[in-house]
Design a protein around this ligand. Structure first.
Ligand SMILES: Cc1cc2nc3c(=O)[nH]c(=O)nc-3n(C[C@H](O)[C@H](O)[C@H](O)COP(=O)(O)OP(=O)(O)OC[C@H]3O[C@@H](n4cnc5c(N)ncnc54)[C@H](O)[C@@H]3O)c2cc1C
Length: 364
């Protein structure tokens, strides 16, 4: 057990949100310690795997400014790291009947020949329409976390892996964080604990539910899966939206379903069973029939869901030194968080102010 160390900010969790926060703070010269109970690349949370989708098409214009910032932030990270992290492939989002999807440059496509011209490999179900999002694409998830870590360390951040936060107390001038290796004192604590948010911040627990989400990834380099033939796609279905990520830069096509059983993150997430793997392959075969669907990777991962799929970000009403960052609901990667030093809170609907449970229950 080591002694007491101090910092300006402690960040709990080094998934995409914690790691982005640490890198942004360190770049501003803030003394920051980032702590994660597991080691980099672990498969227990929500940020592992090679790819994620980024898109502008969202069901409500309230998202548009945040999504713009997200695209800018990814381009800024590419410049800072010198890495290619965002591949623009375009996106086609299929749905029955009316769709709320909207966004800059996004258009409704009803003509099947036009859909086929936009995305030749994507077999849009009969009777479906689609929204085309020319800006959508693929994020290099794994590479992004490595790049952020490299930038954070180069800027002086103290990263601690395999160290578990056991609890914290607010003290006179900030917070005292207890870990299984010692104590850290700081002015602020950012809790970016992913699926553990409800346990780490009990005041948020009734807002959040954790789901087990499964994906299949197939052999890279297949002509039907590369961006000239396939972009980001989704099919809106009653039993869960199917999402597909094309094979940009040799990652292979990945498919998953936005639905899964409730899961306790303390239990390692179970990989897909053979029956679950077959079901994923059948979906891939249905929507991208020219692909060889033999899996090269079957993975399980966790979503932290809110009822309205919005994010919970902000200072706690009863502990303003503590800032919660719970941004998932299956679309948190693209909007990685950056600015937590000032401790002002925002629940993504433009309202600012501390988080307290009563006023924040999501509306439909
Ligand atoms: C299959 C799948 C597909 C997805 N697809 C997309 C997509 O296409 N586009 C998109 O934008 N988003 C997507 N998402 C969502 C996105 O990946 C998540 O929103 C994002 O990764 C959440 O990151 P996080 O940092 O909040 O959580 P995590 O990455 O889970 O990080 C939380 C960290 O906190 C640590 N921690 C927890 N408790 C403690 C403790 N007591 N002490 C120390 N450390 C602790 C954990 O070890 C963990 O590393 C997808 C998610 C999944 C699962």
């Amino acid at each position: 057990m080591s002694g007491v160390v101090s910092a300006d900010v402690v960040v709990l969790g080094l998934g995409i949100h914690g790691m982005s926060t640490v890198a942004a703070l360190a770049a501003r010269g803030v003394r920051v310690i980032g702590i994660d109970r597991f080691v980099p690349g672990h498969g227990r949370g929500s940020s592992h795997g090679r790819t994620r989708m980024i898109r502008r098409a969202y069901p409500n214009p309230v998202w548009n400014p945040l999504v713009e910032k997200a695209f800018d932030a990814w381009e800024a990270l590419e410049r800072a790291s010198g890495e290619k992290l965002l591949h623009r492939t375009g996106g086609l989002y299929a749905h029955e009947g009316a769709s709320q999807l909207q966004g800059p440059d996004c258009v409704l496509v009803e003509d099947r020949a036009e859909m086929a011209a936009l995305m030749p490999s994507f077999a849009v179900p009969e009777g479906y329409r689609a929204v085309h999002d020319p800006s959508a694409g693929v994020l290099e998830a794994e590479r992004s976390l490595i790049a952020l870590r490299r930038l954070a360390e180069a800027a002086g951040a103290d990263l601690r892996d395999g160290e578990r936060v056991l609890g914290w107390d607010t003290v006179a001038d900030g917070v005292e964080v207890r870990t299984d290796r010692g104590i850290v004192r700081a002015n602020r604590l950012v809790v970016a604990g992913g699926s553990w948010a409800g346990t780490l911040l009990p005041q948020l627990s009734d807002l959040l539910e954790v789901w087990r989400i499964l994906t299949v990834t197939v052999r890279a380099g297949q002509p039907a899966g590369i961006p000239s033939a396939l972009g980001a796609f989704s099919v809106d279905r009653a039993d869960g939206l199917v999402f597909g990520i094309p094979d940009a830069d040799g990652n292979g096509v990945k498919l998953g379903v936005d639905a899964g059983e409730v899961w306790d993150p303390e239990t390692p997430v179970a990989p897909p069973t053979p029956a679950e793997a077959d079901a994923l392959r059948d979906l891939l075969h249905a929507y991208v029939p020219a692909l060889d669907t033999a899996p090269v990777e079957l993975a399980a991962c966790l979503y932290t869901m809110t009822e309205d799929k919005r994010f919970v970000i902000g200072a706690l009403a009863d502990a303003p030194e503590v800032i919660a960052v719970s941004a998932c609901s299956g679309h948190g990667f693209q909007v990685r968080s950056r600015d937590r030093r000032r401790g002002r809170g925002s629940r993504h609907r433009g309202s600012t102010g501390p988080i307290s449970t009563s006023s924040r229950r999501p509306r439909g």
